[in-house]
Write a protein that binds this ligand. Sequence first.
Ligand code: ASP
Ligand code: MG
Length: 416
Amino acid sequence: MIVFKFGGASVKDAESVKNVGEIVKKYDDKLVVVISAMGKTTNLLEKLIKAYFINDENKWEIFTQFKNYHSEITSDLFGDTEQPDVLELYSELEKKLNKNPTTDINYEYDQIICFGELLSTTIISHYLNSININNNWIDIRNCLKTDRKYREANVDWGESEILINNEFNFNNSQRYITQGFIGSDKNGISTSLGREGSDFTGAILGNILDADYVAIWKDVPGVLNADPKQMEATTKLDELSYREAIEMSHSGAKIIHPKTIKPLHNKNIPLHVKSFLNPDSEGTIIHPVKHTLDLSPVYIIKENQVLITLSPNDFSFIGVEDITQVFDLLAKNRFKINLFQQSAIDLNLVVDYPENDLNETIEKLMSLYEVKYNTGLELATIRFYNDKAITNFTKGKKVFIEQKSRRTARLIIKKN
Ligand code: ASP
Ligand code: MG
């Protein structure tokens, strides 16, 4: 069996949904199709959640926008016939918005964010059935089980394995359509796996169901050696090792969610990254290959970074205790540390700009250390770097930190 994953951009309007039909039609394998919310729906739902949480009446306007967007797609696909289960989802969300929120924003987030994927898969499953691409729709929340860390839930692999094998048994269907990104806790309460988590769902299903391969369909020809928005001339990489893919995605390459690789690597399942605009072209295959150290450079930029520099107030050295204390504090506040560097009395940390209040954490750090910080920076990673690659890439930019290991150069830079 194989697993396909289609992201938001590949199902952003009726035309795109039809294109998904064209692709799926070409495969007569047993197939699980994992789909994200349509277009930028998850961003819109995040706005809705914020409004709902602070009881802002603007929530109804956003809700209407959400409904209209999907209704336009359904009317393009099905004409005037309304799909009862689509209407049911609208009214379920409306009911939720009429209730008072609890005080837990992460819990509320997960109860609302799931409507994006529930709607997209419901609509697409209907559409595919309507053109005789028969499929069963599965609510993945019934079998992808997680803990209760809302908004960033951890998968309960043991429980999920049993339920997923049960649900996706291919007894009465060759094809299943299901949601990426969401799951549920042991009480059946909706959870989510973190933004862009649908790739991860594809990998979880691939692992548990022992897929021949997993394919992620994107709007680029495959994995490129740099982001075309950052660099003029890019080349497609035909194949990559799991290790290389994990390094790239963790460094900020937006091509695949960093958690995707491990479940596939553990069972040696290849991951294909393919273009939904050009479905017959080769794309990139991520599988077991050994790269030499002299590959051409691969460039990755991670934006919106904060550099925090801490020094003990009394001029004492930075010790392991300091590092432990600081990492602990940052972990509790859900910071992601992307780079760190230490000198005698400085500890430099680079983190993603946090969505929640940065100032609060900085204040806590200030009670312990002298603190300096810069926002609006970029983390540039060059895999298989050479001096020329570094010089070219940092031309005209201010470099705050440079770190080199055997294969990787990492630079904290500010664009001028
Ligand atoms: N719809 C979710 C998001 O936009 C999950 C995904 O697309 O992978 O973050
Ligand atoms: Mg998405």
